[in-house]
Design a protein around this ligand. Sequence first.
Ligand code: NAI
Ligand code: MG
Length: 484
Amino acid sequence: MPAVQKIAPGRLYIGGQWVDALAGGTFPTINPATEETLTRAAEGRAEDIDRAAVAARKAFEEGPWAKLSGSDRGRILWKIGDLLEARVAEVAEIETLDSGKTITESLRVDVPMAADCFRYFAGWASKIEGETVPVRAPFFNYTLREPLGVVGQIIPWNFPILLAAWKVAPALAAGNTIVLKPAEQTPLSALRLAQIAEEAGLPPGVLNVVTGFGPTAGGALVDHPGVDKIAFTGSTSVGQEIMRRASGTLKRLTLELGGKSPNIVFADADLDAAVRGAGNAIFYNKGEVCTAGSRLFVEDALHDTFLDKLSAFTAKLQQGDPLDPKTRLGPQVSEAQMARVLSFVDKGKGEGARLVLGGERAPGKGYFVRPTIFDGVRNDMTIAREEIFGPVLSVLRFREIDEVVRLANDTPYGLAAAVWTKDIKKAHRAARLLRAGTVWINTYGLYDSAMPFGGYKMSGFGRELGHHGLMEYTQTKSVWVDLS
Ligand code: NAI
Ligand code: MG
């Protein structure tokens, strides 16, 4: 495993140095396809978070970073993008070994999109502007868009390098410094990103990476008085806890939380495109996607045909070694996650949904769950209400648009939704009525560095990516001048 050995084993990246955790602890990171330990990561705790926050503060206030022009910051960000692209094979291998996502996805999507994200925000770094404000005479008022300071970023394990890019790139473009806490299941690619950032010329202390567990390392970041903002992606319950705890220091927050996204297929949809779209919406990245199309609503007249075709599509998805370019479905990220997914399968059976396909662990090594389809699901069943975060699809029926919009919106979540129809009015009407931060029409799961992404309702608040995402890392200052 040459790529993995390039990661400084068992070290944190603080103030531009690779250091041991102060308490000296380490933890294993597992390859979920083989159940073997890949390597060990340092177990950062409160005292390490403190060191990182102090280093980030110093870099923000005193370091060369604070004096760089936007254009110079942009140059470094662009270089990070270039280096990620140049190392795509190696970073993709690390990502696949650590998370179980397929090498095809890592190579074609996660790493290239992470590189693109750095380039996108590189362009913004020199374009963060204030305004002149027409106030009463004889005064002049203008605004400055300033960085927040030190930002704490906590990311999950489903898109480790990509979500690191979504958080790190805009924060740096706006001139902040960072303490990044990757998920304990997938710590490796964030460490590789720190090496790449250093190589690209990012000054010491601007990006610090502290690996460790949620309640200890993550919790300490949330509590730390020297951290100005927390940007979090993960479960809704941890998001709620972060919101409660952040009130102690009134930290700024952006929270990207769970979803239970409705994918709505009308009878007049392009059938083959909708079948492929519905399959990919739930089985992409083995269902470990916050925007997974986990509730599939099919119009009554199309239901039986659609289910047959979707079952055939799903049965053909190759499951197995994620390093094999032909594999479409890898293992769940961890044993715990696999157990969680299978417990939802049991609930689905227990509550009377009809299991059409899958519903069990695949034999042999690795945390593989067979792609699973439940038909006859009611919107009040557990499998239609709770985020499963695995390859488990709930199929529901509907008769007309108002009914399906009501059912689709009957969820605490509001991250994404999709509609499939050839009727342009129906498509745009549904797009307006659906209470979700992203709506796809005749497609699913599209992202771009330029789009604003985020949740309605209990899927969180704040936006990532695009100009909206950049602004979340800035604050506005009003400056008054007496011209009399
Ligand atoms: P999680 O929310 O516990 O973990 C996400 C990140 O938060 C990790 O870096 C973790 O170390 C950190 N964290 C955990 N507890 C924390 C705390 N008290 N303070 C600060 N940081 C903390 O998610 P978990 O347990 O790994 O997965 C459980 C479920 O959460 C999944 O089945 C899925 O439903 C949901 N989830 C949703 C994600 C999304 O993208 N919306 C991503 C990951 C999980
Ligand atoms: Mg791992």
